[in-house]
Design a protein around this ligand. Sequence first.
Ligand SMILES: C[S@@+](CC[C@H](N)C(=O)[O-])C[C@H]1O[C@@H](n2cnc3c(N)ncnc32)[C@H](O)[C@@H]1O
Length: 270
Amino acid sequence: MTGQNSATASDYVFDNDGDHSSDQHHYLARLLDPLTFERLALTGVGPGWDCLEVGAGGGSVALWLAERVTPGGRVLATDIKPGLIPSRPGLTVARHDIVTDPLPEGAFDLIHARLVLSHLPRRREVLRRLRAALRPGGWLQLDEIDITRWVAPPPSGGPGEEVYAAYVKAMARVLGAAGSDPTWGGTAARDMAAAGLTDIDRTRWTEVWKRGSAGLGLLISNSHHLEGRLLEAGMTLGQLREVREVMSAPGFSAPSFEIHSILGRRGRDD
Ligand SMILES: C[S@@+](CC[C@H](N)C(=O)[O-])C[C@H]1O[C@@H](n2cnc3c(N)ncnc32)[C@H](O)[C@@H]1O
């Protein structure tokens, strides 16, 4: 699996080789690993399992899986830009585009992807490829975002509400312009069933973000990472500075976006 970067790579809004990429993955891991690990544990993943981590980013989930499947198992961690995935015995890292590069069929006991398919316009096609890559009875876990309620929260009357709302809406425009669907988490379970996965089990995660939280850390980091695109989407530099101050201020709090964690299986006779 040494596929070349393709058009898909250039459409993806973030990157893994910029000044803010490590920060992004640090905050994603802090924010979401507890949920991801709790859900993955429900599959019974353990020694001897063959796992695929798609769009592994900073590699925290791949590392966790590599510990769990020892001895005898293996984890393949892929990404279009795999440079931030650490190496470790039992963990194979590969540059691979999940949309266009070949994927072995019937090869994995467990496949996981977090915040990857929502970025891919061809996500339903990718879902069918992932199902085919599972062994009969194998598990697919997707952890995906839905910003529907986050973009239109009830007014809180709190300080900084206006500029924060402008920032959230600009982020939604930036993601949409690049072909992402940041509401897909809400309907991903339906698409998994349509792709032929069974035993669908879904949970919805939210929390409240306060100063110093991983969630606000991620948003501050994103405001730097995507600054150029946010300016193109209508924000001013002054607003970006202001929203960073607002999110760093004592007393600021805001509801998080939603993450939907969805498990499904390839049928045993499939
Ligand atoms: C938002 S990050 C999430 C990273 C990691 N899954 C996590 O949740 O911590 C999305 C990741 O998907 C990768 N990615 C984007 N498009 C991809 C593609 N077509 N094939 C494989 N990986 C892709 C990106 O390079 C990035 O590392």
